[in-house]
Design a protein around this ligand. Sequence first.
Ligand code: AMP
Ligand code: MG
Length: 494
Amino acid sequence: MRTLEQLHFSNSYAGLPDTFHTRLRPTPLEGSRLLSFNPAAAALLDLDPAEAQRPEFTRYLSGAAPLPGSEPLAALYAGHQFGHYVPQLGDGRAILLGEVQNSRGERWEMQLKGAGLTPYSRQGDGRAVLRSSIREYLAGEAMHGLGIPTTRALCLFGSDEEVWRETLEKGALLVRLAPSHVRFGSFEVFYYRRQFEPLRRLTDYVIEHHYPQLGDEDDRYLALFREVTARTARLIALWQAVGFAHGVMNTDNMSILGLTLDYGPYAFLDDYDPGLICNHSDYQGRYAFDRQPAVAHWNLSRLGQALLPLLDGTPQAAAERANAVLGEYQEIYARHYHAAMAEKLGLRDTQPGDAALMGELLGLLAADHVDYTGFFRALGRCDSAAEAINVPLRDLFLQRDAYDRWAAAYTARLRAEQSDDAARRQAMDRVNPKYILRNYLAQQAISRAEQGDYDEIGRLLRLLQAPFDEHPDLAAYAAPPPDWGRRLTISCSS
Ligand code: AMP
Ligand code: MG
């Protein structure tokens, strides 16, 4: 266990040339105070959780004093936003402190989100508001608790600093962790500038540090593209299976490591609404829940294009090979999605009618606005000997006859594989969470925090880090939203 001064920094990104980033100091956030600390993330850094009690903790990590060993910088990137290329984005309010190497040999980048102006801030103020910082803090840990690749978060600071959004709000700062924050847009910026040497350097860097197993491949850049395609396909399959809508799948929010990155107006589905548009600025529904698999494919094609100058052979041959890799996406996505859905249904083997069984269920859930998470959790408790599954599941549906037909087919399917109810229930409870970060739960934590009560943040954090457990004292948190909490529109200002 290390103190803050003993963290083992090994800053590889800072070692890249100036083309990739700008070195700078965070701008201290006035009146910073620690609102929540996440011991699970501290463990990734080998950081002693008792360190959170020291006044230096807040000073170092809110940007008031330089953390020994850190080399702060803002990274350059670009990206396609809502389908349009924006030639320069970059960390407009996030500052990378450096990379901490833990005793397991892992490197974790520490990033301060909301740490002040950078050369990439454009019209922004370099700050993040409390509500969006709470949402990102909780979401990263909730996704991790669900077993979905994501950035993590060490802690959350509040402040007295006033920040203007639609109204006056308070600034906050999140300390985010990830092995790397490199995005698809980090490659695009050099591709569109026709700066192919930095493009190659970045790609070599990513391979060396994050995909070392690809270093010896014949065409290692193509191999990288294949690996990122596979990881992204898996990530999106997990999002779709758990019911997560990201809301802003711009290429600058797509991680080169296949992590869920940049939580804005995201939503976990309450009732199953495949067309859900959670970002209230997404007028066309480009990032609707059910469009995510196709959008990820489009984003991957932007990455593939950016890597083309590095691929072996003639431009035409390179493009053909990149396209062939892209062609693998759908199959990989479908494989992961079907496997995840089969697990949710408690099916052990694969049978020809399974896809239809899933499709019919999703159709019913959508038509009758059934709570997605609640349904699957309850399904784990059904009796496979019954011809159909009655109360309480049946009561969730309006179309009782259609539901009865589905339930009869499902229980028959379970009997066909001699499903053991007790074992199946256990297995289903490990993949069907009891708790998810419903928008109304996040909103409750935000409202209380805005009144100066931060306990709810910690309570949700602990609950969502173990979402498959029962937590009898917190069972009310599994409930579908009350009327006020349905279809909350989440502003994308943050
Ligand atoms: P996002 O939509 O949060 O992923 O942000 C898109 C781009 O805008 C990124 O380059 C951000 O760093 C930048 N950005 C967002 N909000 C701010 C802000 N308040 N100040 C400066 N830059 C920002
Ligand atoms: Mg972003």
